[in-house]
Design a protein around this ligand. Structure first.
Ligand SMILES: Cc1ncc(C[n+]2csc(CCOP(=O)(O)OP(=O)(O)O)c2C)c(N)n1
Ligand code: SF4
Length: 287
């Protein structure tokens, strides 16, 4: 199906044939179309990596930041014009490794942005080193005896830090991922969607079959507003749950709490500088 986010010309996509990133691209475009988001209402932001190429394959305005730095840029863009839909999209290494501190700070700030993390449990772009989410024992050309660390648990960290929306998806299920992405975009506040994604070239262990065998969907009766249950669910280490694990609307939204927005609710770049007021303040400090 065509999308307003398609380019009207052939584009060169650098992902390997069979890569899970293609399905995420499909799911995201479908979600944006379903929500009838217009091209001039959306800004995408990414870091560095295979997943971080995503905004370049969608016909939209985007900002490609440094490795791990998509979230502060996305937060600033949203604060500048709160009417925009802002999506930050990157890999597990970029978001939880290089961008780990920004991940924590963004959860605390709770800007109304959507964070899609392509979690392939490996560094794809740099050819297969372990990422923070690589499983214990995962062997790579660098970790030749296998990773000895416990994997980083994004959902548990996000729930523990008080994230307002925490979900997990599997790229192999395009329609279900599309629905989860829609919920994340609609949610007011920071939304994390950790999307399990096979890297067919550099992670032969966590392949499509492995993800199918090691995931299950939360059922209809799941109460995603119960934080204690969400925490226990996120800490489960036998199988990964899929769906919205936790959400709340009780947290203050970052950009709504910014002084200029509270007063005038217009994009920062459109606010008047108030030279008279500034002059008065400066004059009052003169000795
Ligand atoms: C500060 C910094 N450290 C390391 C790198 C090298 N680097 C580029 S991409 C990448 C890994 C990307 O992995 P991930 O975020 O998991 O995305 P994927 O490529 O798997 O989609 C690394 C380590 C860099 N560009 N900048
Ligand atoms: S290296 Fe892995 S993540 Fe990168 S495009 Fe190929 S399959 Fe996808």
């Amino acid at each position: 199906m065509s999308s307003i986010f398609d380019f009207n010309r052939e584009i060169d996509i650098a992902w390997c044939p069979g890569c899970g990133n293609f399905d995420i691209l499909k799911a995201l475009k479908g979600a944006l179309d379903d929500l009838k988001i217009q091209r001039d209402q959306l800004v995408m932001v990414s870091g560095i990596g295979q997943a971080a190429k995503m905004p370049q394959y969608i016909n939209v305005s985007f900002f490609n930041g440094l490795h791990g730095r998509s979230l502060p840029a996305a937060t600033a863009i949203k604060a500048t014009d709160p009417k925009l839909t802002v999506i930050a999209e990157s890999g597990d290494g970029c978001t939880y490794g290089e961008g780990g501190n920004h991940f924590l700070a963004t959860i605390r700030r709770n800007p109304d942005i959507t964070n899609l993390v392509h979690n392939n449990m490996v560094y794809g772009l740099t050819k297969g080193q372990a990422s923070p989410t690589s499983k214990r024992g995962f062997k790579t050309p660098v970790q030749t005896a296998g990773v000895y660390l416990e994997p980083f648990n994004p959902a548990a960290v996000a729930v523990a830090m008080g994230a307002s929306f925490v979900a997990r998806a599997f790229s192999g299920d395009v329609d279900k991922t599309r629905e989860i992405i829609k919920k994340a975009i609609i949610h007011k506040g920071y939304s994390l969607v950790d999307i399990l994604q096979p890297c067919v070239s550099f992670n032969k262990e966590n392949n499509f079959r492995w993800y199918r065998d090691n995931t299950y969907y939360l059922d209809e009766s799941w109460d995603s507003t119960d934080r204690d249950k969400a925490m226990r669910n996120a800490l489960e280490n036998n199988k990964f749950s899929l769906g919205v694990i936790y959400n709340t609307t009780e947290n203050t939204v970052f950009e709504e709490n910014l002084f200029p927005q509270r007063k005038e609710s217009v994009p920062l770049y459109k606010t008047k500088p108030g030279i008279d007021k500034l002059k008065k303040i400066l004059d009052s400090k003169k000795v």
